[in-house]
Design a protein around this ligand. Sequence first.
Ligand code: ADP
Ligand code: MG
Length: 297
Amino acid sequence: MTMLLDCAPLERAVEEALDGGDQQALHVLGYGEITSVLAWPNATGPWACKRMPGFDSVERFELFRTRFHTYADALKGKGVDVLESWIEAVPAVDGRLTAYVIQPVLEPDSLAPAVLARSSPEEARTVIDAVIDRVFAVSSPTVGIDAQLSNWACIDRELVYFDLTTPMLRDDRGRDLLDTELIVAFLPPVLRPAVRKFLVRSILDQFFEPRAIALDIAANLFKERLDECVPTVIELANARLTGVPPLSFEEARRYYRRDMRVWGMLQTARRMDRSWQRVLRRRHYRYLLPGRIERPV
Ligand SMILES: Nc1ncnc2c1ncn2[C@@H]1O[C@H](COP(=O)(O)OP(=O)(O)O)[C@@H](O)[C@H]1O
Ligand SMILES: [Mg+2]
């Protein structure tokens, strides 16, 4: 790809925000569960830059970049429109490389949750049907997708996928091609060994199976306060699922409650780790953290 963006000034702005603890200078478009998405150079973009954890070598970064493009191509090959995206790396103050995934900033109105919030039930159904359709077209033992509504936009009435920071690919023997340390890196060091050993595999597994992906989509609608769309997701997913128990509203609700508890605990652990690193060990903490995420219960 020929596009280029010098991310050094952005990385400096992030470092300054981290040093001063002041994140006001940055234009945060969103916090995913693991990345922070920053508009650059202005609040309206034109670029949305997703800051990845530090890479300890150029080789490791290049492998991520290769996997990223392989993943985007795999999705396109299955008929998914993918937002144009590329990756830049800049040296970080701790001697590592910071990678940014860069995309055009999307209109807030075009994000799927906003679209559903203002749609009639019929229009919402069309959008949800298109998402479920993509889930069943894409997911396989070798290609995964995190298809929750917050990862899609509706542009010119077409559905576009933009959450590419975790390229979920596996080889024919089921081994992750994604550098799973990228997921582990966001966690406090004390939690990493256990997560590596017991959790990473099962967290990722969910994104390769259509039933689990659909359940996650349904459950996340509670978070987006789009409860009224949950039955539609369940109905349209059940219509396509075969050989597995059908999904239910109650299951989605239970899953959401559990998910909320687990992520809540993780974010608390990350904030505690930040205080520990900064105050007690006087170390630099390298991640921007969201404030407390407000979630309906
Ligand atoms: N290109 C973009 N333009 C505008 N907002 C975006 C863009 N990319 C992400 N966001 C916002 O940031 C949130 C998190 O981004 P996402 O790519 O889904 O990262 P994560 O992997 O952390 O979920 C999105 O749900 C959306 O609200
Ligand atoms: Mg996302």
